[in-house]
Ligand binder design. Structure first.
Ligand code: ADP
Ligand code: MG
Ligand code: ZN
Length: 565
């Protein structure tokens, strides 16, 4: 009888996990791994990355070795697997010597299907020696963005995983992550030596998420706290996560929410491990629990009915934003992602990056990522579309439900400014960073050489203040018209997507900024900025899955009732 491998995989999915069928790119990923090939899979949070390596590990002969960055994550997954009758174990620093040898014995005698280890655990030569002559079904690297300094959660220990290919030749390796832009993907492939791996990138669309960003009215913490409390109280009884930028802030907001009658639970890395575990268990078990947490919380947490994620302080990049917001609505039902942000936040983010002991080139990239996030938050592009474009989905449509789609802000036409900036970057040959480009545009370069003052772009931007130009450049980078590439630590600005640049030059694509950049002259405002966005929005609303729309309506009605109570 001919038995195709993917139907065997489907049987396993049904038998062990009780899921009727694969979804998204799962089947393709599983098929590659079953065929013994290397894979990098970028699938959304909650997309079901785990089964992509668990199932092939069960089907292929030998032990599946899984590398996972957090003990809590490993414990969760191993416990869940055991309950499903899968022979899984973990090796981490929490085990006694006896337990360790027990696990290794089981691995050696073929009594294990999946073995979870931390990257530090793998450093020990002893473990590698013991694994060396075992037949391995595959090696899975979970949360693979941790390998890249360009990612948002770099773990130095992950760097050493590049050796695995040499140590275990012929064993297929599968790296999975929810968030990796093109550069991070390349870095993962290079760092892990996954030459020739099949790369799968699923759509980042999450149509059930209603995204919004709200500018903080002031830098006052008390006002921000009050705003967060108001947002949470309007969602009484719902389970949610509030992200704070600091441990202090986390404790403060949790206390304030508790006083306001919410079942709030603080969670941050300053707490002892067992205490954090208890708090996580409460969050998973109790109705209407609100986790008030730093970024220490969340990786791999699988709670389906989180109805909102609120950022009391914004995250550091669009990757982090999407991963954190993505913890809402994993059940596919409508959920909110609300981000509060203000000018003091970007300053704080950049200052903090500045103070970090890291490679200058990495710092430059992190800085750019932070700027891009803020450009999105303060921008006028559909939130979901902006994020998906950032991840390389050039054809992403507007979502129809975010704050921008629902109520498009007035926009200011910056097309002419954009043309000037693009021309300047082109004339300067991509040799300079943003500061020098702004100086060039405003004709203020110190000791400018004749070759520069002779360029047609010299001083063509005197009508706009330097801060206004920086806004325009940020915006152009966000739109991909310009790209910033670190070069020996000094980020150089270069021309981006040539197609779109041509369209801007020809005036076919307008460039619009939401805020009037300082120094922008009122006459540069566009006549009727709303019209186009409204039409886009209507089209998107039409296109929205009727099902999702109905659920949004139901949720809104439910909220109105709650509010009226
Ligand atoms: P992530 O991609 O974020 O690591 P997980 O692997 O934790 O996601 O899976 C999230 C949830 O989705 C789990 O509860 C898992 O059992 C479930 N899941 C995975 N694949 C499927 C599927 N094909 N059909 C239905 N549910 C699935
Ligand atoms: Mg996962
Ligand atoms: Zn939208």
């Amino acid at each position: 009888m001919i038995h195709d491998p993917i139907s065997a995989a489907r049987d396993t999915l049904e038998r062990v996990w009780g899921h009727a069928d694969f979804r998204g790119l799962q089947a393709s990923v599983v098929a590659e791994v079953l065929a013994g090939r290397d894979v990098l899979a970028v699938l959304p949070t909650g997309g079901g990355k785990s089964v992509c390596y668990q199932i092939p590990a069960l089907i292929r002969p030998g032990l599946g070795l899984v590398i996972s960055p957090l003990i809590a994550l490993m414990t969760d997954q191993v416990e869940a697997l055991k309950q499903q009758g899968v022979r899984a174990a973990r090796l981490d620093s929490g085990l006694s010597l006896d337990e360790r040898s027990g696990v290794l014995r089981a691995a050696r005698s073929g009594d294990l299907d999946l073995l979870y280890v931390s990257p530090e655990g793998l450093q020990s030569g002893a473990l590698l020696d013991r694994l060396a002559d075992l037949p391995l079904a595959l090696i899975a690297i979970d949360e693979a963005h941790c390998v890249s300094q360009w990612g948002h959660d770099f773990r130095p220990d992950y760097r050493t995983l590049g050796r695995l290919g040499q140590l275990f030749p012929g064993v297929p390796r599968i790296a999975v992550t929810a968030t990796a832009d093109a550069r991070t993907r390349d870095d993962i492939l290079a760092s892990l030596h996954l030459d020739g791996a099949a790369v799968f990138v699923d759509s980042f669309a999450r149509p059930n998420l209603q995204l919004s960003a709200v500018r903080k009215e002031s830098a006052s913490r008390a006002k921000t706290d009050a705003h967060v409390i108001e947002l949470v109280r309007a969602r009484k009884g719902q389970s949610g996560v509030v992200y704070c930028g600091s441990r202090d802030g986390c404790e403060r907001v949790a206390d304030a929410l508790k006083s306001a009658g919410t079942n709030a639970i603080a969670y941050h890395a300053g707490m002892a491990g067992p205490e954090r575990d208890r708090r996580l268990e409460r969050f998973l078990a109790e109705d209407g629990a609100v986790m008030v947490a730093t970024i220490a919380f969340g990786m791999g947490v699988d709670k389906a009915d989180v109805r909102f994620v609120i950022h009391a302080d914004p995250p550091g990049s669009l990757e982090a934003y999407w991963q954190e917001i993505g913890r809402a609505g994993r059940d596919g039902e409508p959920a909110d992602g609300i981000t509060l942000y203000g000018p003091s936040d970007i300053a704080w983010t950049l200052r903090r990056l500045e103070g970090r002991p890291m490679d200058e080139a990495v710092k430059a990239v992190q800085t750019r990522k932070a700027r891009q996030l803020f450009a999105m938050l303060d921008g006028a592009t559909c939130r979901a579309q902006a994020v998906r474009r950032y991840f390389g989905e050039t054809d992403a449509d507007v979502c129809g439900v975010c704050d921008i789609c629902q109520d498009p802000p007035a926009l200011h036409d910056a097309t002419v400014a954009a043309q000037k900036a693009l021309a300047a970057v082109q004339r300067l040959g991509g040799r300079y960073g943003r500061g020098r480009i702004v100086d060039h545009l405003t004709g203020k370069t110190k000791d400018a050489q004749p070759w520069e003052t002779g360029l047609s772009t010299w001083g063509i931007g005197k009508d706009i203040a330097p801060t206004g130009w920086r806004d325009v450049l940020d915006h152009l980078m966000f739109e991909g018209l310009l790209v910033e590439d670190p070069n020996e630590g000094k980020p150089l600005v270069m021309l981006g997507d040539p197609e779109r640049i041509r369209a801007v030059y020809r005036g076919e694509t307008r460039v619009e900024v939401r805020r009037t950049p300082p120094g922008f002259d009122a006459s540069s405002r566009s006549g009727n900025p709303r019209t186009r966005t409204r039409n886009d929005r209507n089209a998107a609303v039409e296109a929205l899955d009727a099902d999702v729309r109905a659920r949004f309506e139901a949720l809104r009605a439910w909220r109105r009732d709650r509010a009226a109570e």
